[in-house]
Design a protein. Structure first.
Length: 214
């Protein structure tokens, strides 16, 4: 039996991505998100239009998409309610966000040099993808409540770095899905590729109702 429903969010489950970018002053921003999907070596990122990450991507034309494993949930949680925007936008203040300049230090993660872009990779992430900006598309342009607030950013992956631990034995170009254990977010909660939740999510402290457009 199905019941007509109007959930505040429709995050049915996607991998967590740590997007690293370069700020105006040369420092690094690191932001967790999970609205991303790939086709070949193209990736589409769904982001709030006025957040620091899309601003940095549009200004520099580049980023790194770092995929954490399920075991890195603690680092992601430490980043969850932080922003690189200063002052903190009012809507983020209402959800409990605070400004943080040193995102890598806070998370306990290590920035390392990329090959093709200025943004750093995250050493601890088993999957790292250097990417450049292809296009920006505004979402919900006909929606009075969301107009100007959401963007989808298409990036082109230029270089992929994979940890030996996730590769098929003897093949440097194939990920072994039996070894790769991504961190998944589903309706604000963290999961791995198991039936059980990996950890309580810091982000889940924000009531789902605050994500509703009205």
């Amino acid at each position: 039996m199905h019941i007509r429903s109007e959930p505040a969010i429709l995050y049915f489950g996607t991998p967590v991505v740590l997007i690293s970018t370069v700020n105006e002053d040369g420092s690094y921003n690191l932001a967790p998100m999970s609205s991303a999907w790939w086709l070949t070596w193209r990736c589409v990122l769904g982001l709030g239009a006025h957040s620091k990450t899309p601003q940095n991507i549009r200004r520099t034309g580049e980023c790194v998409l770092n995929l954490p494993s399920a075991g890195m949930v603690g680092a992601v949680n430490r980043l969850a309610l932080t922003t690189g925007s200063n002052p903190v936008p009012p809507w983020k203040v209402a959800r409990g966000y605070r400004y943080e300049r040193e995102k890598f230090g806070l998370a306990g993660l290590t920035p390392i040099e990329s090959d093709t872009v200025g943004a750093p990779r995250v050493l601890e992430c088993p999957v790292q993808m250097e990417a450049t900006l292809e296009s920006v598309h505004h979402l919900a342009e006909r929606d009075e409540k969301l107009h100007g607030r959401l963007v989808s950013i298409e990036v082109r992956v230029r270089r992929v770095h994979l940890a030996d631990s996730v590769l098929v034995d003897g093949d440097s170009n194939r990920v072994d899905p039996d070894k790769w254990r991504p961190l998944i977010m589903s309706f604000q909660q963290f999961y791995g590729l198991t039936p059980d939740r990996v950890s309580e999510s810091t982000l889940a402290q924000i009531p789902e109702s605050l994500y509703r457009a009205s």
